[in-house]
Design a protein around this ligand. Structure first.
Ligand SMILES: [Zn+2]
Length: 493
């Protein structure tokens, strides 16, 4: 992002925030602050004992950093409530409340675990005594945990991300490259989402915007906290938090999970995407339902996520957003006489269907040049985006061979360093690919299973990495084009 552009964005935000603050003040009854919190909070704040003679270092040695994991939804493991959630820093479980009779209090008595972190305000408490940890030395020793819960970045740290040889070391002594971290594929169902979150977080301007999102949104120009309805921005908040963790160089573990983000997405998308829901990657292979029953497509999730993030960003009063400025283009349909301009997030490349070998039921794999496929697009580009996103359509419902739907396995050839499109030159920065395998299901029927992997360019040294769930490995650029590409991000040169 150029400095001018960034300035404009922050400026726009502070104007929008101040407007919001005025509206909030006008509409908020005096007692409303109580209603935001559960009734537990009310007596939590009144139960602090006298703290004059407390040794704040007491119990801090019981913290077990190696088990801590703050990537899960903020839900109490006992009551399933979602307000006033604390993490036990000995066993990493989440509990509600602090005062007598709350699950956190009971946990501290039952298991003798004493140090708890409030996951919203990042304060630390000792239970069952119920006092807040204060004292400069004690708080400094807990700073690393605060950063695991919510990493933050200053401008210098963001500049560092664009320099080569940036690496982190986790508590096991394993090194990793920030931004290129493996993501847990919960129940084998989240690969479509994980690869997309990684892909979006590698568009530099979008990454930098979300690295400072909390900073921009939480403070006025003078640094004072401002009041506004955070729930209006909850998707941006959690997406931003995920991006901040992905690029953090002091992770306790060198891999993460998108579970908290996907929990929110599950609610917002009415179960279309998320942690639970139907298995997305098993496609019944011997019936006509092949491909018609649901594997979740990375392209569908991309459209949902970008539209919903963009809608929230527009709520803050901005005309154009970080997404429209970077990944949205405009086109004119050549067959449309009205010459209506259509905005697009991505372009679909139609692959010719596979043909069959003579005297065989096996489909032939053919190769097609991306440049030639692009020339066949039936429209004129009015505005090229800074980052062009291409979707290679391999939809299993479109290719049927002897009554069975197949994944289109034709190969798209391209030069990752140079693609010409609509008068602009692009380089590939992200390649999301499909891995397909046939498996026998419990009924002895053949089943096609697909999942996604992502290949990402490290722009600081031009190395390519492939991320397959938790596995991260360096790969050769020359082999990128010999995969079943699904979604590609091309950046203007
Ligand atoms: Zn515990």
């Amino acid at each position: 992002m150029s400095s001018t552009e960034k300035h404009t964005t922050e400026n726009d935000f502070s104007i929008a925030r101040k407007k919001q603050k005025t509206i909030d003040e006008q509409n908020t009854p005096e007692t409303s602050s109580d209603s935001v919190f559960s009734d537990l909070e009310e007596y939590e704040t009144n139960t602090n004992p006298s703290t004059a003679h407390i040794n704040y270092d007491l119990y801090l040695e019981t913290i077990n950093r190696k088990v801590l994991d703050f990537t899960y939804p903020k839900i109490c493991s006992v009551s399933l409530k979602t307000t006033s959630i604390y993490s036990c820093l000995t066993c990493s479980k989440y509990f509600q409340g602090r005062s007598t009779a709350t699950p956190a209090y009971r946990h501290s008595i039952d298991l003798g675990h004493h140090v708890f972190a409030n996951l919203t305000n990042l304060k630390f408490y000792i239970l069952p005594e119920n006092y807040e940890v204060k004292g400069a030395k004690a708080l400094e020793s807990l700073n690393d945990i605060k950063k695991q819960i919510s990493p933050s970045y200053n401008d210098k740290q963001i500049v560092k991300l664009n320099q080569p040889d940036n690496f982190g070391i986790d508590l096991n002594g394993d090194s990793y490259v920030p931004g290129f971290v493996g993501l847990t594929n919960m129940n084998g169902q989240l690969d479509y989402a994980n690869v997309l979150v990684l892909a979006l977080s590698h568009v530099s301007n979008i990454r930098d915007f979300f690295l400072t999102w909390g900073r921009t949104m939480g403070n006025c120009d003078d640094g004072d906290e401002i009041i506004y309805d955070r729930s209006e921005f909850d998707l941006c908040d959690l997406f931003g938090l995920t991006v901040r963790k992905l690029w953090f160089d002091h992770l306790f573990k060198k891999h993460l999970s998108t579970s908290e983000l996907m929990h929110l997405i599950e609610i917002k998308s009415n179960g279309k995407f998320g942690n639970s829901g139907e298995a997305h990657n098993a496609i019944a292979g011997s019936s006509n339902s092949v491909g018609k029953t649901g594997h979740k497509s990375v392209k569908d999730f991309f459209v949902w996520l970008v539209n919903n993030l963009n809608a929230e960003l527009k709520n803050s009063g901005l005309k154009s957003t970080i997404l429209t400025k970077n990944i949205q283009g405009k086109l004119e349909n050549e067959n449309d006489k009205t010459k209506k301009t259509i905005k697009f997030w991505y372009l679909t490349i139609q692959l010719p269907s596979q043909s069959l070998f003579k005297d065989s039921q096996k489909p032939v794999v053919e190769q097609f040049e991306l440049n030639n496929l692009l020339k066949k697009l039936p429209f004129r580009i009015v505005k090229t985006p800074k980052v062009l996103i291409l979707h290679i359509d391999r939809d299993t419902t479109k290719q049927e061979i002897i009554g069975i739907n197949h994944l289109n396995e034709n190969v798209v050839r391209f030069d990752p360093d140079c693609m010409h499109f609509s008068g602009k030159k692009y380089r590939l920065i992200t390649n999301i690919i499909i891995v397909a395998a046939s498996e026998m299901n419990s009924d002895g029927l053949e089943q096609l299973k697909i999942r996604y992997k992502v290949q990402l360019l490290d722009k600081t040294n031009l190395h390519w990495y492939e991320i397959d769930d938790l596995k991260v490995e360096k790969i050769q650029k020359e082999f990128l084009e010999f995969n079943l590409t699904s979604l590609q991000f091309w950046e203007t040169l």
